[in-house]
Design a protein around this ligand. Structure first.
Ligand code: FEO
Length: 395
């Protein structure tokens, strides 16, 4: 997309990946994504902040055709969706220096083959002058790699945040127009890559508060001209507070587990608990990750395949374990034909989740009245645990 000015002398060059449907070969992207580079023209120098995914290198290089000199390329993050075009930019601008954090130097060399003599490490708090514009670097580690940093330009009151606050959204919008759409896309990205590091991200949020930014310019999705919207959302996501919600991923082979899951969903709703249920045979696991950001309880529903849980449940449980959501409670329900070790095996899959198990209901064959009574009791136990826990929000 053509370069667009967000402040005098500061342009966004967005390369929009309309057709991308999977990120990290893992999380679905129903709305595509974009990679934003920013061109900063000062009175005494020009800088390019981040680049683009190598798949779209040509689009960025075309937009730079009229730019005769770049003095600095800034790499906020070494992952290839932002850094992948750095070698091409450095080749075109042989005098440009690559500015990066101390931990990025090795990553940019090993991942992209950038020669060490093309790089210059900038320290946390260091500034580089472009004349009438200043690049101030702030280390914001673990968003979501160890080397991540952001840049603040005081003359424009802009914060360039790379993945931090980014949203997976292919759009022609320069600024956020549909907040609900951006909120979900940003939460999807947070859930997939940042949730496990939320304690560090909480510290990073405090760190950036020292800078009076009026605009947040991320490297995915539209620019925030009302930054409080996304900063407040992040504060909510990283806070220890949970919501009175259950995430219930399940799958069914012959209908027994589905009947149990549906009964439990209704029983939880009667108890005033919000349920996010996902049939793993058809679900977008990005939605599952989003639901895990706030929920207090995870309930897994599985049939039995060769004595263990269904492979789709293995996958979902492993993903939840990797993402380390806030969850404090868990339960397992399911069914089997002749024998099952599903409960033990699921429990072994989630060692990172420091949860209290509120109950298990495992049914041989069809669920009956006794099964439904046990599910009603489980729903009551979940509601009671949420009510008694001061870290679960009350309506
Ligand atoms: Fe958007 Fe971690 O890359």
């Amino acid at each position: 997309m053509h370069a667009r000015e967000i402040r005098k002398g500061i342009e966004v060059i967005a390369t929009v990946h309309w057709e991308r449907r999977l990120f990290d070969s893992l999380i679905p992207l129903p709305d595509g994504t974009s990679y934003n580079a920013y061109l900063v023209k000062g009175s005494k120098g020009t800088a390019l902040l981040d680049t683009t995914d190598p798949v779209l290198s040509n689009e960025l290089l075309e937009q730079l055709q009229g730019v005769e000199q770049i003095d600095y390329v800034v790499s906020h993050h070494s992952e290839q969706d932002h850094s992948g075009t750095i070698p091409m930019v450095l080749a075109r601008y042989p005098n440009a220096k690559l500015l990066c954090s101390s931990k990025a130097e090795d990553l940019l060399h090993t991942h992209l083959g950038v020669a060490t003599d093309r790089m210059r490490v900038v320290e946390n708090g260091e500034s580089v002058s472009l004349g009438d514009k200043t690049l101030q670097f702030v280390y914001t580690p673990w968003v979501h790699w160890p080397e991540t940093m952001v840049t603040y330009i005081p003359e424009g009151k802009c914060l360039f945040s790379c993945d931090f606050f980014g949203s997976h959204l292919a759009t022609t919008d320069l600024y956020v127009t549909d907040k609900a759409r951006v909120y979900e896309a940003a939460k999807r990205y947070y859930a997939e890559i940042m949730m496990p590091f939320r304690n560090v991200i909480q510290k990073n949020l405090k760190k950036i508060e020292e800078y009076p930014f009026e605009v947040i310019a991320p490297s995915h999705g539209p620019v925030y001209d009302d930054p409080a919207f996304i900063v407040d959302a992040y504060k909510d996501w990283v806070s220890p507070t949970m919501k009175n919600e259950v995430v219930l991923p399940y799958i069914s082979m012959h209908g027994s587990t589905e009947r149990m899951a549906k009964h439990l969903i209704d029983a939880l709703a009667r108890e005033g608990v919000t349920v996010h249920a996902f049939d793993l045979a058809v679900t977008d696991i990005g939605k599952l990750a989003i639901a895990l950001v706030d929920a207090a309880t995870l309930i897994v529903g599985t049939p039995t395949v060769h004595v263990g849980p269904h492979p789709a449940v293995y996958y979902a449980a492993h993903l939840a374990n990797l993402l380390r959501p806030k969850l404090k409670y868990a339960a397992i329900v399911g069914s089997y034909g002749w024998s099952s070790k599903a409960i033990e095996q699921i429990a072994a899959l989630i060692p990172n989740l420091k949860v209290e198990v509120l109950g298990t209901v495992l049914q041989k064959g069809l669920p009956d009245a006794d099964t439904f009574t046990k599910l009603d009791e489980l729903a009551k136990a979940v509601a009671e645990a949420h009510r008694a826990d001061p870290s679960v929000e009350k309506e």
